[in-house]
Write a protein that binds this ligand. Sequence first.
Ligand SMILES: Nc1nc2c(ncn2[C@@H]2O[C@H](COP(=O)(O)OP(=O)(O)OP(=O)(O)O)[C@@H](O)[C@H]2O)c(=O)[nH]1
Ligand SMILES: [Mg+2]
Length: 301
Amino acid sequence: MTDNVRLSLFSRLKTGLKKTSSQISSLFTGNHIDDNIWDELHERLILTDAGAPVAEKLLESARKNRAAMKTPQNLLDEIKKQAVLLFPPLPTAKHEQKPWVILVIGVNGSGKTTTIAKLAKRHKENGKKVLLCAADTFRAAAIEQLKGWADRIGIPLVCQQEGSDPAAVAFDAVVSGCSGGKDIIIIDTAGRLHTKHNLMEELKKIERVIGKANAGSPQEVLLVLDGTAGQNALAQAKAFNEAISVTSIVITKLDGTAKGGIAMRIAKEINIPVKYVGLGEQPDDLILFDPEAYVEAVFSA
Ligand SMILES: Nc1nc2c(ncn2[C@@H]2O[C@H](COP(=O)(O)OP(=O)(O)OP(=O)(O)O)[C@@H](O)[C@H]2O)c(=O)[nH]1
Ligand SMILES: [Mg+2]
């Protein structure tokens, strides 16, 4: 990805979160820090989907340094500094194990399949041998969608017909990826089954079976959350993480109507690193999550 593309994606993040950032930054325009600013900021942070615990944490930390702050701009800078600190550091994934198996999970419509296409393209461009796996066998259209992306990007795909056992498809993909010398195997899963219980049990089974195909896999369990889902996204993250240990998160659709604070809420309440942000429907529309750039987009209009 060139610097220009990266810049234009960052400006898309800023544009996506413009409403949020103007609501927040308009509070910090005067010359004095007036007493109302604290309550007002608390409220506005909650409106971003950041949630009360985040609002309280940021305000509490800023209050501790109150004496050093002369202007609203100083306060805003302090809040931004504290917001960056909410994020756990990303493990430095160098994909040192081969194959590196990424199991992608999330509710239906959150953007799993699209994110997989974006990741596949990125890894391919970095010279990796990538294999995709259509373990969402619940709908024929899901297999077709992933096949369409695989063809478009020029990456092989392991799939079976609709209704086949997702764990068996995943097993095949991992075995074939191991023998074919693949660097990265990305597995798509269903976001909807007859019940939530079925879905979670199926994901656990897929995870177990992948481990049988190759000890130590999956190396990564990537949860895809729709950034426009507000606090539902947090509830989803908790539910998935209880069933299967999530290693990292992608927040999609931050180019649209999302208010954006959800990333802070996830960092504060479940402490799983946000790794990527989705900013559109095309294969290049994905950036690595950068806490500083994100905080800039949320707080500075
Ligand atoms: N604007 C925008 N749209 C996105 C983004 N990511 C995905 N979408 C769109 O969201 C819709 C759902 O995406 P999918 O990738 O099919 O979602 P999924 O999680 O695979 O859904 P299921 O297969 O039904 O479980 C599609 O119309 C995508 O184009 C994003 O970052 N921004
Ligand atoms: Mg899908």
